[in-house]
Design a protein around this ligand. Structure first.
Ligand SMILES: Nc1ncnc2c1ncn2[C@@H]1O[C@H](COP(=O)(O)OP(=O)(O)OP(=O)(O)O)[C@@H](O)[C@H]1O
Length: 438
């Protein structure tokens, strides 16, 4: 394996990497960086936690140092927290350059952002929705000279999930120069390959890590088969065991809805577990504050929806628990990839009900690995079953007395208005809301 100098990076950048413990290139970096530095478009598909971010940040900084101007590079990413994380890598690695970067995400002040954009930062890291809003509403900045466009978690940006980015992407692509370098990265690129190739126009260099499995070897992947009604008791038991056995541990628990996230957080707090949540119904500032507290280990347990499934890099996370079995193998891959990153060990435990067994089979088929059963003393779980279920019910009642559901409806409506789908005169507007995800 070569070093960063032999891949074409200048001494100042190699030194900067060393200071961050980035000494030897990972395979995705070793393979993609030379092609990027040669000026080719690039698509990189490598496992979670394998250093894809530096694989695009380093060549951009190298090229920027040779010809610095703003706006030089645009990075698009599906979630706000990921935008902050990527901007941080640019900021830290690009410090000797005096790099100016700017983060354009929803939930933050538009006017401040517009001002920052008009100051011609070298790098803009954005979520598509908010950047498209700026493009529609102002002409105080230009992206006509952009040399690099990067789509991180590229497959998510193109798929039509609960947040559909495709319209916003069209708005953004329209103002970018045709002559640019485009880079697309994800741990799960392959099923959107053709659409992605059309965005990277110039016969892109494509690199995929060659491996039978799609998850990392350092990850111990487990499941627990449980009836729905016993699930929470298993969860409490698992956390109690981890608390008893480890001093220095962090756990991310994934669940499928904002409401479930909220209830589980309330419930685990009743059991005195240091728990905090992250979901899309929280205000942006609250989300950042919670994530910061979790990263600093003030809270050891983060309960999150799939808004946290992709990209988040928190080295202390040793355990990922799937409170629900993900419906798509791709979501499973990203969720469990929040642990066992950059060569560390980690364990994932998926709670599986009898109705989810087919989902586990398709996950196993995709990742080419069999999940192993996680051994649990069932009688210990049954001892706490009643107490857990009563506590949960109390939390549900408490939540019902707040305006949580009402806020959810208002949020949905706001989203429909923004998307131009909410017709105030339509009798069927409530119906049109159906099908929107939490
Ligand atoms: N060459 C390297 N040597 C050691 N550590 C590295 C190297 N490159 C990156 N890292 C570290 O590895 C961790 C994971 O990197 P990164 O977040 O880029 O992963 P990723 O491939 O984008 O994962 P995901 O698919 O989950 O987004 C980061 O903490 C990063 O600083």
């Amino acid at each position: 394996m070569g070093d960063f100098s032999s891949l074409g990076l200048s001494d100042w950048l190699v030194k900067q990497c060393k200071q961050l413990g980035i000494n030897k290139p990972t395979p995705v970096q070793e393979n993609c960086m030379p092609a990027i530095l040669q000026g080719r478009d690039c698509m990189g598909c490598a496992k979670t936690g394998s250093g894809k971010t530096a694989a695009f940040v380093l060549p951009v900084l190298q090229k920027l140092s040779e010809d610095p101007y703003g706006i030089f590079c645009l990075v698009l990413t599906p979630t706000r927290s990921l935008a902050y994380q990527i901007a941080e890598q640019f900021r830290v690695l690009g410090k000797p350059l005096g790099l100016k970067e700017c983060i354009i995400v929803g939930g933050m002040d538009m006017v401040t952002q517009a001002l920052e954009l008009s100051n011609q930062p070298h790098v803009v890291v954005a979520t598509p929705g908010r950047l498209a809003d700026h493009i529609r509403s102002s002409n105080t900045f230009s992206m006509k000279r952009i040399q690099f466009l990067i789509l991180d978690e590229a497959d998510r940006l193109l798929e039509q999930g609960c947040t559909d980015f495709t319209k916003d992407l069209e708005v953004i692509l329209e103002i970018l120069p045709a002559k640019r370098q485009t880079m697309l990265f994800s741990a799960t690129l392959t099923d959107t390959l053709q659409e992605l190739k059309s965005i990277a126009m110039n016969e892109p260099f494509f690199w995929e890590s060659k491996s039978e499995t799609r998850t990392v070897e350092e990850l111990d992947q487990r499941y627990i088969l449980t009836p729905e009604k016993v699930k929470d008791a298993y969860l409490v038991h698992l956390i109690q065991t981890f608390t008893d056995e480890h001093d220095d541990w962090s756990i991310i628990i994934f669940t499928n809805t904002c409401k479930s996230c909220q209830i589980l957080t309330m419930m685990l707090r009743e059991f005195n577990f240091p728990t905090i949540s992250l979901h899309s119904m929280m205000k942006q500032k609250q989300r950042f504050a919670n994530l910061a507290k979790f990263k600093a280990s003030v809270y050891k347990i983060l309960i999150a929806t799939d808004v946290a499934a992709r990209g988040l890099d928190i080295p202390t996370v040793q355990v990922v628990i799937n409170h629900n079995t993900p419906g798509l193998p791709k979501i499973y891959i990203h969720r469990v990839g929040r642990t066992a990153r950059a060569g560390r060990n980690g364990v994932s435990i998926t709670l599986v009900t009898q109705y989810d067994i087919h989902l586990i089979h398709s996950i196993e088929e995709q990742i080419q690995t069999k999940l192993k059963e996680y051994p649990v003393e069932e009688k210990e779980v049954l001892k706490i079953l009643t107490q857990v279920n009563v506590t949960r019910r109390e939390c549900e009642i408490k939540l019902e007395s707040t305006d949580f559901d009402e806020k959810k409806e208002i949020n949905k409506r706001k989203q429909l208005i923004l998307e131009g789908k909410f017709d105030i005169n339509s009798k069927t507007r409530l119906e049109s809301m159906k099908g929107l995800h939490a």
